[in-house]
Design a protein around this ligand. Structure first.
Ligand code: 5GP
Length: 204
């Protein structure tokens, strides 16, 4: 049985708050791409902390990715998926997408587990942006960086470009290989918060 660790809305808020300055200094994001569903709420909270006095809010684009298991019927914490399925993607036929070219783009997700999803997101976004740049004859470099609330310290199935791993990747917390229960998945939020309060500080 995998150990469960309960994460509250306040925990998420504080992890975004404490990471914001490093994100501003190191990645200088001009646009956020949130990976749904887990990246949506962290992305929105983070945006408030990234806003500069008198500056504009950074816009958030959303992509929806899901990991599907080829075999088996287990609970997600018992049997993580292996195949990424696109549920929602950026609309590269629209003019608005050209604003991505040459920008510093921050990809936000809640957790880096096997890294399969992040590998897929980076690979596919880089490919699509390059293709769009080529079509438009533009040569500016688009830089992707990554923010996650939690990175599980384990062998990863997916890989990321070295440039990202070395200098454009931030996890607010590195955890053991536990199952993180996020508040937006809770059916009974009072019970969720109660379990979180019970588990103590050093549960990660
Ligand atoms: P990865 O592709 O890194 O294996 O996993 C990515 C997705 O699997 C996450 O975005 C999330 O939806 C799900 N996932 C992996 N580990 C956890 C976890 O500990 N808790 C929750 N709630 N979801 C997880």
């Amino acid at each position: 049985m995998v150990q469960k660790v309960y994460v509250t809305y306040n925990d998420v808020h504080k992890l975004c708050k404490e990471s914001a300055q490093r994100i501003l200094d190191d990645f200088k994001p001009e646009l956020i791409i949130a990976i749904g569903g887990g990246g949506y709420i962290p992305a929105r909270i983070l945006r408030s902390f990234l806003k500069q006095p008198n500056g504009k809010n950074i816009s958030i684009q959303a992509i929806g990715l899901s990991l599907y298991e080829n075999l088996g019927t287990g609970e997600p914490e018992e049997a993580p998926g292996t195949e990424v399925v696109r549920l929602q993607w950026l609309d590269f036929s629209s003019e608005a997408i050209n604003h991505l070219i040459g920008k510093n783009i921050l990809i936000v997700d809640e957790v880096d587990d096997t890294r399969t999803t992040l590998q897929y997101a980076v690979q596919e976004l880089e490919k699509d942006v390059q293709e769009q740049s080529r079509k438009l004859g533009r040569s500016e470099k688009t830089n992707f960086s990554i923010f996650v609330l939690h990175n599980k310290d384990k062998e990863k199935r997916g890989t990321l470009p070295e440039e990202i791993v070395n200098s454009r990747y931030l996890a607010a917390r590195t955890t053991k290989d536990v199952w993180l229960c996020y508040p937006w998945e809770a059916v009974d939020i009072e019970e969720h918060d109660r379990l979180a309060a019970q588990q103590g500080e050093d549960s990660l």
